[in-house]
Design a protein around this ligand. Structure first.
Ligand SMILES: C[S@@+](CC[C@H](N)C(=O)[O-])C[C@H]1O[C@@H](n2cnc3c(N)ncnc32)[C@H](O)[C@@H]1O
Length: 398
């Protein structure tokens, strides 16, 4: 797929990274120009540059980065002919369909080919993707792109209505992915196309629950099992570096101690509350006190003010001892180092320059694109032996 050469050549498909929100593709065609608000460029300027180069505009104002395409970048830059699958969903589907080197996969419909590119990379030249699209112009365009991106040997694109005419395959595929308005109409055809000598998988991508329910019924009727529906939501993390003078372990110990103290105080409060039953406002006041106390105690030692301000760690004395603010959830980071702390040695050197990378989940959770319904098709059970076939017990004595 795509050029693997170090240098850009005429005819290559390249990705132009203009900004994080503006990513385009280009077939390098000497003689043509590329103009944008980030400057003026000749395609010939790109030829011979190493992939990954930053190129300044001919007018001297603006620059672009020229990147080698990957399926992820292609998904960001491809020409949309339909709605497409994005990386969050693609990665889940590829993983849960167990798509890997050598896999034989079916997809319908092809649409803009976003999913197809990721699958083609995952399965490699030893695998195969059968892709189906019933819209003639889309099928033609996708076929051209697959050829241009060196995927023709891996992908077979058929212009066909799979709900009506099926996949023309029997016992051939390891998995099927359906991104169609009526996937339930293709479930029986998918079953025929899946191999029967081992467990195989199917996934249907549908935007609304009514479609999911119809698909689940069709999967049940067709004998699929292990039917599970997922929704992928993307939550971003703000990542930053903050200075620390304490080891993570010390900070965690401090937080744990804080929790123990809070628990003791809570028990005392309960005991106190039980003694002052007559006070009609007792319960409310107790809660207020609790929350005040939590406010103070949530904050690590020395921290009192500015608790909501954000990412920075705060100093608790003039020597500049840094402790994590409440919104940097160090205790959680320690429990699950893979999610939050990107670089956390067991003990961070207590030097004034020591820094730790921390992250904070943004409150915004992006979604929803669609629901993903997965199911497994198990190989048919071998027929149970008939009673007459049962091994004989030996001669019977009379
Ligand atoms: C949402 S798009 C697929 C997008 C694709 N998964 C991607 O990532 O680019 C759905 C496609 O399915 C095609 N389609 C719908 N019903 C079909 C059918 N019965 N047989 C084949 N293709 C069909 C549509 O023409 C459309 O291009």
């Amino acid at each position: 797929m795509w050029s693997t050469a170090r240098l850009i050549a005429a005819g290559d498909t390249v990705i132009l990274w203009l900004t994080r929100e503006l990513v385009q593709h280009l077939v390098v065609t000497p003689g043509k120009d590329f103009n944008s608000k980030f400057g003026h460029y000749r395609h010939s300027d790109l030829v011979g540059l190493p992939y990954g180069s930053k190129l300044g505009s001919r007018t001297g104002r603006g620059f672009i980065h020229i990147l080698r395409p990957t399926p992820e970048l292609w998904t960001m830059a491809l020409p949309h002919r339909t709605q497409i699958l994005y990386i969050a969903d693609i990665s889940l589907v590829v993983s849960y369909l167990d798509i890997r080197r050598g896999s034989r996969v079916i997809e319908a419909g092809t649409g803009s080919g976003s999913f197809s590119h990721s699958v083609a990379r995952s399965i490699g030249p030893s695998g195969h993707l059968w892709s189906y699209e019933f819209h003639e112009a889309r099928a033609k365009k996708a076929r051209e792109e697959f050829a241009q991106h060196g995927m023709s040997d891996i992908v077979t694109l058929t212009h066909q209505n799979v709900c009506k005419d099926g996949f023309n395959l029997t016992d051939a595929a390891d998995s099927v992915f359906l991104d169609l308005p009526a996937p339930w109409d293709a479930v029986e055809h998918a079953k025929q196309a899946l191999r029967k000598d081992r467990p195989t998988r199917i996934c249907c991508f549908s935007p609304c629950m009514e479609q999911v329910l119809r698909t689940v019924s069709a999967l049940n009727d067709a004998g699929f099992s292990d039917i599970t529906m997922y929704e992928t939501l993307v939550r971003s993390h703000d990542v930053g570096q903050v200075p620390v003078l304490q080891s993570i372990t010390e900070v965690a110990d401090k937080l744990k101690k804080g929790e123990e103290v809070r628990e003791i105080k809570r028990l005392r409060q309960i005991a106190g509350g039980q003694r002052s039953h007559q006070n009609p406002h007792g319960e409310k006041r107790k809660r207020d006190e609790d929350s005040e106390m939590n406010e103070q105690e949530d904050a690590p030692v020395g921290e009192a003010e500015d608790s909501g301000s954000g990412k920075r760690l705060k100093t608790d004395d003039d020597m500049g001892t840094w402790t994590p603010s409440r919104d940097v959830d160090v205790s959680r980071n320690l429990d699950d180092p893979s999610t939050h702390i990107l670089r956390a040695g067991a003990s961070i050197p207590a030097a004034p320059t020591a820094k730790i990378s921390v992250s904070k989940a943004t409150s915004e959770v992006r979604g929803h694109t669609s629901y993903l319904t997965f199911a497994t098709l198990l190989p048919p059970m071998p027929p149970a032996p008939l009673e007459d076939d049962a091994p004989s017990q030996g001669p019977q004595s009379t």
